[in-house]
Design a protein around this ligand. Structure first.
Ligand code: UD1
Length: 421
């Protein structure tokens, strides 16, 4: 396995092109199970997670070609309804094949994804949603087995203890589009990735009102058709590069993105003294003197994204003063604190919050990536730090950042790979 080596401390300059959204691609790829017609999807990022979803679609009977970001999917000889442990356990996003399998085949056997380092991550809302549509659910041998003679629309309140759920909303929508009658979903997730899935389903012939809002009204149709569709840009990848630019005082232009999806980040950065603005469709970052510490609490969209919390903490680590960072979506998502502290940060956890006391600078160190976004935080920290940083277990980064090394080297980052000893 490779180790990512970084020599930090210099500023970067140039353009970074943002790839298609990982979190849109996963449910949209799953939604191809809703039809036997051929589908073409453009701007799919070539990532470990999207490749896992492609393998899952193939195991469910689809024929898939993935060339230069364009994915062509068509029905193979025989459809299967069983999503194996091997594929679902490596990527929780795989669980969103439950809704489309149930919608199309009226049966699904999908491995329970299990927990991960960012928390327990239950699937009760997914189950509640498809049960309300008439599915019978059994849990056996680590699998959720869902069956239905037919699915019938219903009124579903989909809020949980931590608010809305992105993939539960995706699963319920994908089951409801082929159900009989009308389904209303209250407390639906409003993330741009859910809106993207809604647009994709509408393009396939689904009838959905209220897109992008917490209240969806889905009128079931008999059949969906094939389409050609383009995935939205990845707002989390864009947010990561914006934070990287802010943290290293770099002059980066972020291309192929949509600033509308990043309002909460732009607002927090403005409070800190970083101006992030749109110029003819590109995002620019302007640094005005000394930065101020800013506190952040994550919430479901349009709140500050939990998927940028770790990267924001890395940025705050060297801002003089104290900032408080809380995560209301994944209250235990703080595994990056220990690694940042190994680089000289002064961060302590108190209950559900992290208290960041800004230090003068970070120092390079060997560090361990633990999950996708925590790894992005370590990358930012490494590029800010004095000296050389070694990031181990970088396969986490490969789950979510397309062409990471090339994009960074192009703007002047001193990064290279070495073989793990
Ligand atoms: C998606 C994203 C992930 C992001 C997360 C929150 C994908 C592939 N992944 O994950 O990157 O961090 O949204 O924005 O899109 N919950 C329940 N019961 C459930 C489902 C969720 O209590 O049945 C809880 C979760 O534990 C968490 C919160 O709800 O506390 C939000 O999770 P959810 O929106 O479901 O996350 P995912 O859709 O899995």
């Amino acid at each position: 396995m490779d180790v990512l080596m970084l020599k930090g401390g210099n500023t970067l300059k140039g353009e970074v092109k943002i790839s298609g959204s990982k979190n849109s691609s996963l449910p949209i790829l799953a939604a191809t199970l809703l039809t036997d017609d051929p589908i073409i999807i453009k701007r799919v990022p070539n990532l470990r997670d999207t490749r896992t979803m492609i393998r899952l679609l193939q195991s469910l009977g689809k024929e898939v070609d993935f060339t230069n970001g364009t994915l062509s999917v068509k029905a193979g000889k025989k459809a299967s309804y069983i999503a194996d442990y091997e594929l679902v356990s490596t990527m929780r996003g795989s669980f969103c094949v439950l809704g489309p399998l149930l919608g199309k085949l009226k049966k699904a056997k999908v491995s329970l994804p299990g927990g991960c380092v960012i928390g327990i991550r239950p699937v009760d809302l997914h189950i509640k949603g498809v049960e309300a549509l008439g599915a019978k659910i059994e849990v056996d041998g680590g699998y959720v087995i869902a069956t239905a003679k037919k699915l019938v629309g219903n009124n579903i309140f989909l809020g949980g203890v931590f608010g809305s759920s992105v993939l539960a909303t995706a699963n319920v929508m994908m089951a409801a589009v082929l159900a009989e009658g009308v389904t209303t979903v209250e407390f639906a997730a409003c993330e741009p990735e859910i809106e993207d899935l809604t647009n994709f389903l509408i393009a396939m012939g689904a009838k959905i009102e209220g897109k992008g809002s917490p209240c969806l009204r889905i009128t079931g149709v008999k059949k969906l058709k094939g389409v050609t569709y383009e995935i939205i840009p990845d707002r989390i990848e864009a947010g990561t590069y914006i934070l990287l630019a802010a943290a290293t005082r770099s002059d980066l232009t972020i291309k192929n993105t949509d600033i509308k999806h990043l309002s909460s980040l732009v607002d927090r950065l403005a409070q800190a003294g970083v101006r992030v603005y749109d110029e003819k469709g590109d995002i620019k970052i302007e640094h005005n003197g000394k930065y101020k510490p800013v506190s952040v609490t994550t919430y479901p969209y349009p709140g500050f994204p939990t998927d940028l919390q770790a990267q924001f903490m890395a940025f705050m680590a060297t801002i003089e003063g104290v900032s408080i960072i809380s995560d209301k979506v994944y209250p235990d998502r703080f595994i990056h604190i220990a690694e940042l502290n190994r680089m000289g940060a002064d961060i302590r956890r108190e209950g559900t919050a992290a208290i960041v006391q800004g230090v003068k600078c970070l120092h390079g160190a060997p560090i361990m990536a633990s999950d996708l976004r925590a790894s992005a935080a370590l990358l930012i920290a490494g590029l800010m730090a004095k000296g050389t940083t070694e990031i181990h277990r970088i396969y986490h980064l490969e789950r979510g950042y397309e062409d990471l090394d090339e994009k960074l080297i192009k703007v002047g980052a001193k990064i290279w790979r070495e073989k793990e000893k």
